[in-house]
Design a protein around this ligand. Structure first.
Ligand SMILES: [Fe+2]
Ligand SMILES: [Fe+2]
Length: 173
């Protein structure tokens, strides 16, 4: 007996018919499955965060069974999207004259540095490689904290000031 998959359009979709214990469909995608509580309340940002979680999940999954080369590719795939997404948020912060921009920017930069350090560690021929449990825990914790605290504060400011999204062609500073 299977339950229809709950689509993510409405926050209340699962409230009517909670799945029986142990058969939650979200489990299939693991700890990087997108959840409605990660929403910052701005569609443009949520869509990008969904892609970020998807790429993080692909990278972590790859640690279990894929080749060294594929792991490296998926780590780059994650990093490149971080650069794109962080750039978009930073452009939006500038447009909104967000008071927390400097600290927010610093957290983005540190995360990219950490991902690059991970890539170096992964590529060292005789290095210890990546510890899946440690990296998975770190990545999950960082993403959830950043999205649910730091990005949520930013989104609150963007909504309060009614700042429209930046033009995608806007030059980076
Ligand atoms: Fe951010
Ligand atoms: Fe973000």
């Amino acid at each position: 007996m299977t339950h229809p998959t709950v689509r993510s359009h409405g926050r209340d979709a699962s409230a009517h018919a909670p799945a029986p214990e142990g058969s939650t469909p979200a489990r299939a995608e693991g700890r990087f499955a997108w959840r409605p509580e990660y929403s910052v309340g701005i569609e443009e940002i949520d869509v990008q965060h969904q892609e970020l979680f998807r790429r993080a999940g692909l990278f972590i999954e790859s640690l279990k069974r894929q080749s060294r080369q594929e792991i490296g590719i998926l780590l780059s795939f994650l990093r490149l999207y971080c650069v794109t997404h962080f750039g978009a948020e930073e452009a939006w912060m500038r447009r909104a004259k967000y008071p927390g921009a400097a600290e927010h920017h610093r957290q983005h930069d540190q995360f990219i540095k950490d991902i690059l350090a991970l890539s170096d560690q992964h590529e060292k021929p005789r290095g210890t490689g990546i510890d899946p449990a440690r990296v998975s825990g770190w990545l999950e914790k960082w993403l959830k904290h950043h999205v649910m605290e730091v990005d949520t504060d930013l989104a609150r400011h963007l909504r309060a000031t009614g700042t429209p999204p930046p033009d995608p062609e806007e030059p980076q500073e």
